[in-house]
Write a protein that binds this ligand. Structure first.
Ligand code: NOJ
Length: 559
């Protein structure tokens, strides 16, 4: 255990790489990525300039939701390896200067966790209150206690024959919600964190952490056919008290980073949630910018609005230094960023444009596996390829209403989480070099062109661009501490912003669209001598009155 006075806030200078272990690298040919596979790629991560890994869940799990349903928090999933493998992995990371942030999934457990098995066995079992049980409504008590819906479709309540009551599950029915109002549950969570910290873990990414406190009166939610009840459990009545308590009982005692997946936290309430003085989370994944294009787990794609996008990032950048930002555009819950923010015919330019505009902001950047080589969605994701429980459940509903089928299929082809979960594309060899066996889900057929080997052979690739930016960021005070100013906030095509630290200034200019965009340098920035730092096109860029090419982006330093 370390003394909390030594907390270094190391994450403010980190570049974090997210590994979705099932799809990263398979070492034993069973078609499923595993920990020895990760170990074999540690040098790859180091070369890329990564200084921290966020590992999606690798604990024991029956995999109803690919590890986000945990049946033993202190052990490793059989398919991924053993605790000894895990120890070798973290040692190997630390030897290379890479930290490890684990996923902490404690809003719910698996229904196969021993606590739940006990809890459901009888009403007077000591574990009964670890979960949320309520009587049903109606004469026979078979109607759910209220109208809340699971984020994965259907009611959030499941009837259990053994005791004739319902339990709450805000996700899949195999993911029962823990009862955080029970102090024993909160102590269990602190103990789990301390167990992993004592093994050397450097932090946690807290899954759906803003859902932990529910209004225990369980009132009906405002009517909404898709997601109902949010107002009664997103940042619920005791959320801040429970997080502060966990911070005191565990997190603050170690030199950590705690990042919360934080639906409901927007720039308006961010200060209360992440300011250092609050002693709660260190930072959050906000959904504000993502929902500009994709709403979490809903199926209707939206049109991208750059003005809104700039406003969201600009507002977050304006928060004090003590409210730290997380900079991400991809993870395992969204389709890939490339088709979302740009046309694929400009794959390289779009990927680099996103890399520039996101990485020159203040905050900790995240790279989701494959983002560094510009991996894309499946062109045509077929129902028989769905592996994600959400895609499967949504399509199952559509199957009952034939006219819905093609629409849902179309929407999932754009939005399914499966796209980002396809195996990592290491080479043009069989199964993209991910496995020698049969991959647990299909490899994207474009692996013959888009793969790590290709990227490493091309000095102008997306991979080298990320590598250069990652190295450029390390220790960079202008990026880490500089002020932020957005120019031309109402411009619908171009994002132009400045970072300034003690008079040293960087300027970023990016055309977010596939058509040329007229750009006139704001007069405050014009006529200064400048040095180009990053640019996603070959050749000169006239940094004055110019036409930016499709997705053209440049970061430069001005004097
Ligand atoms: C958020 C995770 O990122 C997602 O993958 C998971 O399905 C839900 N939380 C439930 O744990």
């Amino acid at each position: 255990m370390t003394d909390n006075t030594v907390k270094t806030r190391w994450y403010k200078d980190a570049v974090i790489y997210q590994i979705y272990p099932r799809s990263f690298c398979d070492s034993n040919g069973d078609g499923v990525g595993d920990i020895p596979g990760i170990i074999s790629k540690l040098d790859y991560l180091k070369d890329l300039g990564v200084t921290c890994v966020w590992l999606s869940p690798c604990y024991k799990s029956p995999n109803a939701d690919n590890g986000y349903d945990i049946s033993d928090y202190r052990d490793i999933m059989d398919e991924f390896g053993t605790l000894e493998d895990w120890q070798r992995m973290i040692d190997g990371m630390h030897q290379r200067g890479i930290r490890l942030v684990m996923d902490l999934v404690v809003n719910h457990t698996s229904d196969e966790h021993e606590w739940f098995k006990q809890s459901r066995s009888s009403k007077d079992n000591p574990y009964r209150d670890y979960y949320i049980w309520r009587k049903g409504r109606g004469k026979d008590g078979k109607k759910p206690p209220n109208n809340w819906t699971s984020r994965f479709t259907g009611s959030a309540w499941e009837y259990d024959e053994t005791t004739g009551e319902f339990y709450l599950h805000l996700f899949h029915k195999k993911q029962p919600d823990l009862n955080w109002d029970n102090p024993k549950v909160r102590q269990e969570v602190a103990d789990i964190c301390n167990y992993w910290f004592d093994k050397g873990v450097d932090g946690f990414r807290c899954d759906v952490i803003t859902y932990i406190s529910k209004d225990q009166r369980f009132p009906n939610g405002k009517f909404n056919p898709a997601v109902c009840g949010d107002e009664h459990f997103v940042i619920g009545p005791n959320y801040h008290r429970y997080i502060h308590e966990l911070n005191q009982n565990s997190w603050s005692r170690y030199d950590t980073m705690i990042v919360g997946e934080a639906q409901g936290i927007t720039v308006k309430n961010a200060f209360d949630a992440v300011d250092e003085s609050k002693e709660e989370l260190d930072c959050v994944f906000t959904f504000e910018h993502q929902t500009q294009v994709d709403s979490f787990l809903t199926t209707v794609p939206k049109k991208f609005n750059l003005v809104k996008w700039k406003e969201i990032f600009s507002n977050w950048q304006a928060l004090p230094q003590t409210c730290w930002n997380s900079l991400y555009i991809e993870n395992h819950d969204y389709p890939r960023s490339l088709p979302r923010y740009g046309k694929l015919e400009y794959r390289k330019q779009v990927a680099k444009m996103l890399a520039i505009t996101i990485n020159f902001l203040r905050g900790t950047p995240y790279i989701y596996q494959g983002q560094e080589i510009g991996m894309t969605n499946f062109e045509d994701l077929k129902p028989e390829q769905y592996k994600d429980v959400v895609s499967i459940q949504i399509y199952d509903i559509a199957k009952k209403f034939a006219p819905l089928k093609p629409i849902v299929r179309w929407a999932l082809n754009k939005k399914a989480r499966d796209h980002a979960r396809a195996p990592m594309q290491w080479s043009a060899g069989p199964n993209a070099g991910f496995t020698t066996g049969t991959p647990w889900m299909d490899v994207n057929p474009n692996y013959t062109e888009i793969n790590v080997e290709e990227e490493l052979a091309d000095k102008d690739s997306i991979w080298y661009f990320y590598q250069a930016i990652n190295h450029f960021r390390h220790g960079n005070e202008i990026i880490g501490k500089g002020s932020y100013r957005c120019y031309l906030p109402k411009d619908k095509r171009v994002w132009c912003y400045e970072r300034n630290y003690n008079g040293k200034r960087y300027v970023v200019v990016a055309n977010y669209f596939d058509k040329p965009a007229r750009f006139r340098m704001p007069k405050e920035l014009a006529h200064r001598s400048s040095k180009v730092l990053f640019h996603n096109y070959e050749g000169e860029i006239p940094l004055a009155d110019c036409k930016l090419r499709p997705y053209e982006a440049v970061a430069f330093e001005i004097e």
